[in-house]
Write a protein that binds this ligand. Structure first.
Ligand SMILES: Nc1nc2c(c(=O)[nH]1)N[C@H]1C(S)=C(S)[C@@H](COP(=O)(O)OP(=O)(O)OC[C@H]3O[C@@H](n4cnc5c(N)ncnc54)[C@H](O)[C@@H]3O)O[C@H]1N2
Ligand code: MOO
Length: 394
């Protein structure tokens, strides 16, 4: 059995970005930049007004003095002239500052009478001008390569006057669940001995949440011909194939051997962790295959640890972005740990984290209750309430 860190390092080594492609800005949410996003314009493109008001020469400014209104400027429509002494231009927020003017007086501080404007309010020291290029200049890198495009980054990219972005291709993911007992949710009650197939829903959703594009879902019986056909198809269409179940040593645990018979090289098989001992990982050509235990809690914990790391890297992020361990305080005690590194399902509240009482790897309801995983190193001593532990979101 391989240690957790060693297994993770093998996954990280395989987690290299796929090919780059261009996407339209409107379809770029969640994607990762393969090239930096470089500004194609200055922002602002000229000096602009920050307020609705009047542009004039600062040197002329005196309370009560009359200014002649010689025109107007709007965002997108400049005043086509020069502001001379004792003249002013009506203008609105975002309008280009007219030539000759170097100050804006806000409209609340003036009295207007026909073509004459007088400053009547108390004058602030502010000129209310957003200078040309004060946000960024053409050629500036606004978003470096590797940036994951969230809502705020998309504003910066659009502001750069960029229509398409070079991003890493999304990894294509297929998920295979295996087991004669598995029925489509909603149909388990129709056949004695059936149970709802649940694990693949978590693996697929987690995968999509970490940047994958789901392209295949297969629920297969423990039948070598059926499994071989499904595995062949998944390997032909996906970058990453996740297989749940059939990972252990049971008579009908065929999943791993079938992928091996199809040419998959096992990079590791069995890890000294709990839950998740039967997890295996392999490569066949360009395709990566991650075998997860069938037990739903075990499948979700190990998908959270290994699938997210793999997908982060394949989609252009740092693989380590998937597992950002942080410190938290235990609000209930934990037992000592065996030789297998242990990932404890727990619930987080304002006070700290509380381990769930039942850590059985077959549970499903507990998955709805847990929201963090606590990492416990091999042979760790019992930890009383109040101890500091390492956690990640689950
Ligand atoms: N003699 C041994 N027995 C077992 C060992 C071992 O080392 N020696 N390992 C145990 C561990 S740990 C785990 S975890 C399980 C996992 O085994 P498999 O990956 O082969 O999983 P299955 O046997 O196919 O199923 C286990 C359990 O989960 C249910 N299941 C399976 N798939 C799904 C699914 N998609 N959705 C919902 N539930 C699923 C299945 O009905 C079984 O109850 O092996 C131990 N045994
Ligand atoms: O190691 Mo298994 O994944 O606990 O039940």
């Amino acid at each position: 059995m391989i240690a957790f860190d060693a297994a993770l390092a093998i996954v990280v080594a395989e987690a290299k970005p796929l090919a780059a492609e261009a996407v339209a800005l409107g379809a770029a949410l969640g994607r990762v930049l393969a090239e930096p996003c470089v500004a194609q314009v200055d922002a602002p493109r000229s000096d602009i007004s920050v307020m609705d008001g009047y542009a004039l020469r600062d040197a002329d400014l005196a309370l009560g003095a009359p200014f002649r209104v010689i025109g107007a400027a709007y965002p997108g429509t400049a005043f086509d002239g020069v502001v001379q002494s004792r003249a002013c231009v009506r203008l609105f927020t975002g309008a280009p500052l007219p030539q000759g003017a170097d100050r804006v007086v806000v409209q609340e501080d003036v009295a207007r009478d026909g073509d004459t404007m007088r400053v009547v309010g108390t004058l602030s020291g502010k000129r209310y001008i957003r200078p040309h290029g004060s946000d960024f200049r053409m050629g500036d890198v606004l978003l470096p390569r590797g940036t994951m495009l969230g809502p705020r980054a998309l504003v910066a990219a659009a502001g750069a006057d960029v229509a398409t972005l070079a991003v890493w291709r999304r990894p294509r993911l297929s998920v295979i669940s295996t087991g004669d007992e598995l029925a489509e949710p909603g149909h388990a009650r129709e056949r004695t001995g059936s149970i709802p197939e649940s694990a693949s829903y978590g693996a697929a959703a987690l995968g999509e949440g970490w940047g994958a594009q789901m392209i295949g879902r297969y629920r297969l019986r423990d039948d070598i011909a059926e499994l071989t056909a499904g595995a062949t198809r998944a390997l032909a269409e996906a970058d990453v194939v996740v297989v749940t179940g059939g990972a252990s040593v049971g008579e009908k645990d065929y999943a791993k051997q079938i992928f091996v018979s199809l040419g998959t090289e096992l990079l590791f098989s069995r890890i000294a962790i709990m839950p998740g001992k039967p997890v295996w990982f392999g490569r066949r050509g360009e395709q990566l295959v991650l075998g997860l235990p069938g037990n739903p809690s075990s499948a979700m914990v190990t998908a959270r640890l290994f699938l997210t790391t793999l997908l982060a890297g394949l989609s252009g992020r740092a693989p380590s972005a998937a597992l950002r361990w942080r410190s938290a305080t235990l609000t209930a005690p934990l037992d000592a740990v065996s030789a297998r590194e242990t990932f404890v399902r727990a619930r987080c509240d304002g006070e700290g984290v509380a381990p769930l009482a039942n850590q059985d790897s077959g549970l499903q309801r507990a998955l709805a209750e847990a929201d963090v995983l606590i990492r416990r190193l091999p042979h760790a001593a019992a930890a009383p309430a109040g101890s500091t532990v390492s956690v990640i979101d689950f």
